[in-house]
Design a protein around this ligand. Sequence first.
Ligand SMILES: Cc1cc2nc3c(=O)[nH]c(=O)nc-3n(C[C@H](O)[C@H](O)[C@H](O)COP(=O)(O)O)c2cc1C
Length: 379
Amino acid sequence: MTMTGNTSLTKPEAIPDWPAPPVQYREPLTIGPLRLSSRFHLAPLAGYTNWPFRLSVREIGGVGLCTSDLVNARAILEGARKTMSLLATDPRERPLFVQIFGAKAEELAAAARWLIDHHLADGIDINMGCPVRKVVKTGGGSALLCDTSGGTVELVRKVVEAVAPVPVTVKMRLGWDDQNWTAPFFARAFEEVGVAAVTIHGRTREQGFSGTVRLEGIRQVVEAVRHIPVFGNGDVRTIMDAARMISVTGCHGIAIGRGALADPWIFRQLDAWVRTGHPGPRPTYHERLQFMRLHLRRLVEWKGDEKYGCIQFRKVATWYCKALRLPKKVQQRLVMLSNLREFEEIIGPYVELGPPPGWTEHEAMGTPVPVPAGPISYW
Ligand SMILES: Cc1cc2nc3c(=O)[nH]c(=O)nc-3n(C[C@H](O)[C@H](O)[C@H](O)COP(=O)(O)O)c2cc1C
C-alpha cells in the first residue's frame, strides 16, 4: 500500500495480500461431458451434505459440483426408506453426483444404473475413502485401496460400463497406510478403464482425520494421470490454503468439505479470487442469519416434518451461533429446537438488534467453528 502525506493513515484491519490466483483456474473444467462453472467442489460429508445444505451453498455461488453423502449400493437396490431420503434432490441443484459405496461390483453397477435411470444423478462417485470400520470390514470404502491385483479396477470398470456415457468418478485416500500409497497406481488404472475424474484426500486410512494432509501424495496422483482432472482434498478452509494446495500439487480442482460447513461462503470467495484476484465481499451479519434460517427451513421441507427437520438442525446450530456471536442462551435453545415458530421467536430480537458491538464481517470469517473432525469420532 502506498502511503501519501497523511501519516495517520493506517492499514485497516489486517487486509491480507491475496496470493496471485492460478490463471488455469479461469479455464472451464470438464468431467466427461459435463462442463463445470467453477473448479471448486463441495465434498461429501455424511449427515450434512443433504440437499438442503447443498442447494443453499450453491445459491451463494462459486460451487462447480456437489456430491451427495455416501449411500450404500445394496440399500439403493433394496429401496430402503432411509436411503431414498438421502437420495432426495432438488431440480435446482445440478450437476450432482451421487456417491455410492460397497464392495460388490454387480451391486455397485446396478445401483449406479438405477440412479441414472431415475434421473437422480448426473454422475456417479465411488467411495474409496471411508475409514469407518463398519464399511471397511465388508471390503468397501478405503479397503478397496488394498487390492492392487485387479479386483478394485475391475469393480470400477463395471460401474463405468453400467452407466456409460454418464461420468464416473472415484474419491479416495492416499492408501491404507504410509507403507502403501496406492492412490497414484489406482488413479492411472481408473483413468484407463474410463473414470472421468478423481478426488484425492491427502491422508491414509490409518490417519483417519488426524495429522496433516500430505500434499506430496496429492501431487503424485496428479502426476500419475494423463488427462483426467484431479481434485485435491483436505483441510482447505481459506484462500491461502487453496493457493498452497494448487501450487504444491498442481491439482485441477479442489474439493472442500469441513471448510464449507464452517464457512458456506468459501466457494463464492474462491471463485471471486480466481476471477479477480480478490475474494470480494464477506458475508454480512444479516446474510448469515438468513442462511441459517434457509438451511433450517429446507431441513424441515426435506424431512417433511417440523420436529425431525429441527432435530437435524440442532447439530449445526452451534456453528451459526459462533460466527454470529449469539449469546450462550440462544445456542442452548437452538440445540433443543423443535419448531419453526420457536426459531423465529429466539432469533427475532437478534435480527432487529443487528450485530453485537464489535462484530465485524472480518472477525466472523476467522471464528473457529467446531465442525466434526470425522464422520464418527471413533473407528
Ligand atoms: C462428518 C464427515 C462426514 C464425511 N462423509 C463422507 C462421505 O460420505 N463420503 C466421503 O467420500 N467422504 C466423507 N468425508 C470425508 C470428506 O469428504 C473429506 O474427504 C475430508 O473431510 C477432508 O476434506 P475437508 O478437510 O475439506 O473436510 C466425511 C468427513 C466428515 C468430517
